[in-house]
Design a protein around this ligand. Structure first.
Ligand SMILES: NC(=O)c1ccc[n+]([C@@H]2O[C@H](COP(=O)([O-])OP(=O)(O)OC[C@H]3O[C@@H](n4cnc5c(N)ncnc54)[C@H](O)[C@@H]3O)[C@@H](O)[C@H]2O)c1
Length: 246
């Protein structure tokens, strides 16, 4: 028996990285997955490789588009919110536009998606929401992650609030807090550093295990949280960080 047989699941930011790995893992466990992303090209390649994963181009910051997308969803079991962006810098380098952009992509996107899909979950008297936060949040502060850390801490608050408000509606809401994960955007961050080799070593050194996580390792936790095996877990932030938070 597969762990997510016949569950209807929406995954945001599924074009690459953790979202993509999670969409694939969910599909392999028997779920009916709708993968969304702003990037039509990466979604198309996901669908070409895994034809049973449905794809839909969606800008997670466009509330009207989200409402329209969610209005067409019939039954929903799990919403997996992966969309996120890293602003590099301290408060000194963070202009108002950077702060706003970070909050729009990382937090408002989740507010929009959850607000649009929650009424269906309430009506079903069942639902499950999983949000991607980060170790860099209310769990840990790290250099040059001012706006990013603030947004990821906001996701922790948002997650716990929804878990508390809708527990009697049989709706669970949890967050995943990864350490550093080997994804395309991490490679971009390394390439953009003044000394990419040093940046790579520094990123790896942050994890006492001496390596990065793979997106598939994060996806494995996402499968557990989406499955009925984790039915007693809600309002929890789950670190998965190679010891970074010890
Ligand atoms: N990679 C890491 O080290 C790491 C660590 C902790 C947390 N996270 C979090 O995990 C999540 C995924 O990160 P990743 O590194 O796996 O992916 P990534 O950064 O490589 O990819 C992000 C995806 O989001 C999509 N996207 C960007 N803006 C969008 C928008 N407005 N609407 C819809 N989609 C949009 C992009 O097209 C892309 O496919 C993020 O929330 C990130 O903050 C990542």
């Amino acid at each position: 028996m597969k762990k997510l047989e016949n569950k209807n699941i929406i995954v945001t930011a599924a074009g690459q990285g953790i979202g993509r790995a999670t969409a694939i893992a969910y599909s392999k466990e028997g779920a009916n997955v709708i993968a969304t992303d702003i990037n039509e090209k990466t979604l198309k390649s996901l669908n070409e490789e895994f034809s049973n994963i449905k794809v839909s181009t969606l800008d997670s910051t466009d509330n009207d588009a989200i409402k329209d997308f969610c209005s067409k969803i019939d039954k929903i079991d799990v919403l997996f919110n992966a969309v996120g962006y890293v602003h590099h810098g301290t408060i000194i380098e963070c202009e108002e536009k950077d702060w706003n952009f970070s909050f729009d992509i990382n937090v408002k996107s989740m507010y929009f998606m959850i607000k649009a899909i929650l009424p269906k979950m309430i009506k079903q008297n069942k639902g499950n929401i999983i949000n991607i936060s980060s170790i860099v949040s209310s769990l840990r502060g790290l250099p040059n992650r001012f706006a990013y850390g603030a947004t990821k801490a906001a996701i922790v608050g948002l997650t716990k609030s929804i878990a508390a408000d809708f527990i009697k509606n049989n709706i669970r809401c949890n967050a995943i807090a990864p350490g550093t994960v080997h994804t395309p955007s991490w490679e971009d961050r390394v390439a953009a550093a003044p000394d990419p080799e040093k940046a790579k070593k520094d990123f790896i050194a942050r994890q006492p295990m001496g390596r990065l996580a793979t997106a598939e390792e994060i996806a494995a936790l996402a499968v557990y949280l989406a499955s009925d095996e984790s039915d007693f877990i809600t309002g929890v932030v789950h670190p998965i960080d190679g010891g970074m938070s010890i």
